[in-house]
Design a protein around this ligand. Structure first.
Ligand code: ADP
Length: 501
């Protein structure tokens, strides 16, 4: 405000000085001009004021010039009266030219200001782009590092497995190592896909009322190897009665397991972790606390942002991509809940609290379920269709161990050709096949009456809701996302056993 006043004030001084100077020049020219061109030199004072002082100064200069001309130049002298029509015309022309000058200068000034503002904005944008480009490069390096971490032990284990085929105990230990590292890889890829799904607004929940204690149990079971490996002491304070939440079971297991896995990771060996579930005013509150590295006050909000890590340096102690807590927050929000981090500071442990609305659990309906144990998969005929020969062969080996009869096809036409001569009970069909894709193959199988009753299961890398909808439309009975967990696949085959089996 003060600056604006000073600016105006300076402009008015310019206007007065320019008009005075013009009047002085006019007085010098008086012997030559006499009463002719009364406003001539005042054009100059208006232009100079508009240039140096701005619109207001130019307007003041114009008024002062009019008064000076009327008073000193136009007869009758020493009076502001203008009587002659010629003088009125001169005044009119002076006013029009003055206004045009003021508007032109103002427009030029406006354009200049806009150009300067655009240039500042562009500079800021360039800086932001440069920064995000750098962050992207750093993140890609981190991602490559995190992906490479499990690959090294897998490569070594596979190499060693070939050498100690006869040493059953060692072979088994290597196999378990490969399994652990693979699940780590799968988790990284799943997290990346989940975050990108959420950012694109494509994450969908399959919600049902269920007992939240089940999600906690499943998460603890999942992370038991990590907890055992770090020798943590885990305490569970879980009520005896069910805690009903309306949620996506799989996603809520993910929420609990992400928090628990962080506690296991960010707590030094033989630490203490506590999982506490309680209810308060219609809300289920899950708290996962540890006596680990803790969180500084300034980092408490930031850690929930995607790709954010307190320590993302190459020399940091812990792996990870900074996606776990972002997913936890996103999933809690999608469940109309919240998550908070509480810590008394670095080295003083952390506590993460998830709050979800409580719901009444329906009385369990009595369902007659065919016991899995009773369904014998031996002699079940299965066709595997996958252009990745290694994937097809290893899956075939796995199912053969279960006693199933396997046929393998490496593309759609080959599968359709084989199906002219045989009728399997299951077809495990890859969707991304070259030439004729899995959708088309499934449609053709469904159109073939000889294959009535066959169960077609999609095996694919695409597991989004849209992909599941498309596979259902094409005639698939189920949809399994690669890499396939052998146990889950066998369980699925038991569940969807065709009537004829
Ligand atoms: P990541 O563990 O892959 O780095 P997360 O999103 O799970 O990513 O966590 C983000 C950051 O929050 C971590 O890098 C870590 O600094 C901090 N953090 C998460 N959980 C804990 C915890 N239990 N104790 C201390 N710090 C934690």
């Amino acid at each position: 405000m003060r600056n604006v006043l000073v600016e105006h004030f300076r402009g008015y001084i310019f206007a007065i000085a320019a008009t005075a100077a013009a009047l002085w020049v006019r007085s010098l020219l008086d012997p030559v001009l006499q009463e002719r061109l009364p406003f001539g030199v005042f054009y100059l004072s208006v232009i100079i004021s508009a240039w140096l002082g701005g619109t207001h100064a130019a307007a003041v200069a114009m008024v002062l010039g009019t008064l000076a001309a009327a008073h000193f130049i136009i007869p009758p002298a020493s009076s502001l009266w203008i009587t002659e029509p010629a003088d009125w015309v001169s005044l009119l022309i002076y006013a029009i030219v003055g206004c045009v000058t003021i508007v032109t200068f103002e427009k030029t000034r406006c354009d200049q200001r806009n150009a300067e503002q655009r240039s500042t904005e562009n500079q800021a944008l360039t800086e932001t782009l440069k920064k995000s480009d750098l962050q992207k490069d750093e993140y890609l390096a981190l991602l490559a590092h995190e992906l490479r971490n499990p690959l090294a032990p897998i490569a070594t284990s596979v190499d060693l497995m070939a050498r100690c085929r006869d040493d059953g105990r060692r072979f088994d230990a290597l196999r378990r190592a490969v399994q652990r590292q693979l699940s780590q890889l799968v988790r990284i890829v799943d997290d990346l896909l989940d975050v990108s799904r959420y950012l694109q607004g494509k994450m969908r929940l399959v919600r049902d009322p269920f007992d939240f204690r089940e999600a906690i149990g499943a998460a603890v079971e999942m992370l038991q190897p990590q907890i055992d490996e770090r020798e943590h002491d885990v305490r569970l304070l879980i009520p005896d009665e069910p805690i009903g939440v309306n949620g996506d079971r799989v996603r809520l297991v993910q929420v609990v397991s992400n928090l628990l896995s962080n506690s296991a990771k960010y707590t030094p060996r033989r630490g203490r972790i506590c999982i506490d579930l309680r209810t308060e005013n219609g809300v289920a509150i899950l708290a996962v606390s540890d006596n680990g590295v803790g969180i500084a006050e300034g980092d408490r909000a930031r850690i929930f942002e995607a790709f954010a890590q307190v320590d993302s340096s190459h020399t940091r102690d812990h792996g990870g991509l900074g996606l776990g807590l972002a997913l936890v927050r996103q999933l809690c929000e999608l469940h109309n809940g919240t998550v908070d981090a509480i810590s008394r500071g670095p080295g003083k442990g952390s506590r993460f609290e998830v709050r979800l609305p409580l719901v009444e659990l329906p009385t369990p309906a009595i369902r007659v379920v065919k016991s899995r144990e009773l369904v014998d998969l031996a002699s079940t005929s299965v066709m595997i269709v996958d252009d990745n020969r290694d994937a097809a062969e290893t899956l075939s080996m796995l199912l053969t161990f279960e006693g199933m009869k396997i046929t393998v096809a490496y593309d759609g036409p080959m599968a359709l050709d084989l199906l002219r001569r045989q009728k399997p009970q299951f077809i495990l069909l890859d969707i991304g096949l070259p030439g004729m894709d899995g959708y088309e193959v499934a449609r053709r199988i469904r159109a073939d009456q000889r294959q009535d009753g066959v169960k077609i299961i999609a095996l694919t890398g695409w597991g989004g809701p849209e992909d599941r909808r498309r596979s259902k439309e094409a005639g698939f009975d189920d949809h399994v996302v690669k890499p396939v967990d052998p146990g889950s696949l066998v369980a699925l085959l038991r569940d969807v056993q065709p009537q004829s089996a």
